[in-house]
Design a protein around this ligand. Structure first.
Ligand code: BGC
Length: 448
């Protein structure tokens, strides 16, 4: 038996995102987003599920915030839907949209729960996509106006901010692999999107400082840890390319002001160039206050000529997988955090998402015994504690997710919540993981 202990002041939180939980897609003056369009496009989302109702948090937020308080959360990470604030992306500000988030934040503050706000968790106003979306550099200017509107409105109330959630998903997953909205399959376009997001990120950070908003601001990449199958150089290089595409492609420009050169060369070999304009790299590398890390999975891989984009193939080691098919690999989180310290020193880190899809539902006793999720969270938290012991500056942890919700292209078929949601009745049932997590949040340690 071991005691896994966290430092005093370590923050315990849970995360969600606007489109995944809010519903009320036509209420309060909200405009359409690319996810409204994508989810209605036949064949894109499992069963054609959409976020029209989702968890109905737009209406049920008082009950949900109370539930967060029962869980003992010290902080809650949520995102603001751009189409609620500026419904067509570039026109008039919708005061009703701002008012909704003020009600939510006030409710959080009432219980002493610190809000962490993500400005962009994937719901781009459709009107901007109609003009090219993030492929169009003008979207950066529209984003800055949206960010400024939100900053000014919540100045002093929200002290933890992040610009973009998972820039790799917004760019490559959505515009090269075509799995998320808007569903393009074009590597050059996806590379443009990635670059424009980074410029928008850096300029938003500068705006945040210039307007004296106060608090902390960072960015949230989703990271991958790839262990080479062997110590052969070609396996090492292939794994580096695969993981760096998600990690270093975004983190290095932000932290060091340049893209990873080897990967830029690799892309050039595929006829793809990063559309860098003078001043961009300086904009991108504005000093951030923290790095948010979303970690779910990783694996073992090796070199295979002409395989995929990176001459890389996964090696199935027979490890456990969660119900969504992702490998269970807690060691990868530890490895990644130590890598961050090696590369980037003492930058404060929040684990902004970590969690697992296990589709357990209520048992005969009416409760949800999600022991596999408890095991997942425990082992990943143990990796975080080990990283802290190793000198990595991890400040807090946000479990994904507070409750089951709309899992993007998987619709409602995949459940990541510590609270079970019955989508027919909107009844919430705290799972066993909810109870485990509330004890950890209260005591700052647990036994394994
Ligand atoms: C995203 C969430 C998503 C979760 C599980 C992350 O990629 O930020 O929105 O639900 O992982 O897939």
């Amino acid at each position: 038996m071991a005691i896994i202990q966290f430092p005093e002041g370590f923050k315990w939180g849970a995360a969600t995102a606007s489109y995944q939980v809010e519903g009320a897609y036509q209420e309060g003056g909200r405009g359409p987003s690319i996810w409204d369009t994508f989810s209605r496009t036949p064949g894109r989302v499992f069963m054609g599920d959409n976020g029209d109702v989702a968890c109905d948090m737009y209406h049920k937020y008082p009950e949900d915030v109370k539930m967060m308080a029962d869980m003992g959360l010290q902080t809650y990470r949520f995102s603001i839907a751009w189409p609620r604030i500026i419904p067509d992306g570039s026109g008039a500000v919708n005061e009703e949209g701002l008012a909704f988030y003020h009600r939510l934040v006030d409710e959080l503050l009432k219980y002493g729960i610190e809000p962490m706000c993500t400005l962009y968790h994937w719901d781009l106003p459709q009107a901007l996509q109609d003009q090219g979306g993030w492929d169009n550099r003008e979207t950066i200017e529209h984003f800055l106006r949206y960010a400024e509107t939100v900053f000014d409105s919540f100045k002093g109330k929200i002290k933890l901010w992040s610009t973009f959630n998972e820039p790799w998903c917004i760019s490559f997953l959505s515009n090269y692999l075509g799995e998320h909205a808007p569903g393009n399959r074009d590597l050059q376009l996806a590379t443009n999107v990635a670059h424009h997001l980074l410029v928008a990120h850096g300029r938003t950070v500068r705006l945040f400082r210039e307007r004296g908003i106060g608090g902390e601001i960072g960015i949230v990449p989703n990271v991958d840890w790839q262990e080479p199958y062997s110590s052969r150089q070609e396996d090492i290089d292939a794994c580096w390319r695969k993981a760096a595409w998600q990690n270093e492609w975004f983190i290095r420009p932000v932290m060091h002001g340049h893209y990873p050169e080897k990967l830029v060369e690799w892309f050039r070999g595929k006829g793809v160039e990063v559309p860098i304009l003078p001043g961009d790299m300086e904009d991108i590398s504005q000093k951030i206050d923290f790095l948010g890390i979303n970690y779910y999975t990783g694996g073992v891989g090796k070199y295979k000529e002409n395989e995929g984009l990176f001459d890389w193939e996964e090696v199935d080691m027979g490890w456990d997988r969660t119900d969504i098919g992702w490998t269970y690999y807690p060691q990868g989180l530890y490895n990644f955090l130590v890598f961050i310290k090696d590369q980037y020193g003492d930058i404060p880190v929040y684990i902004t998402e970590n969690g697992a899809c296990y589709n357990d539902g209520p048992s005969a006793d009416g409760k949800v015994h999600d022991e596999r999720r408890v095991r997942y969270i425990k082992s990943h938290l143990a990796s975080v504690a080990r990283a802290i012991e190793s000198g990595v500056n991890v400040k807090g942890y946000y479990a994904w997710s507070l409750m089951d919700n709309y899992e993007w292209a998987f619709g409602y078929s995949m459940r990541f919540g510590m609270t079970y949601v019955d989508y027919d009745t909107q009844v919430r049932i705290p799972k066993d993981s909810f109870k485990f997590y509330s004890r950890v949040a209260a005591y700052n340690w647990f036994k394994v």
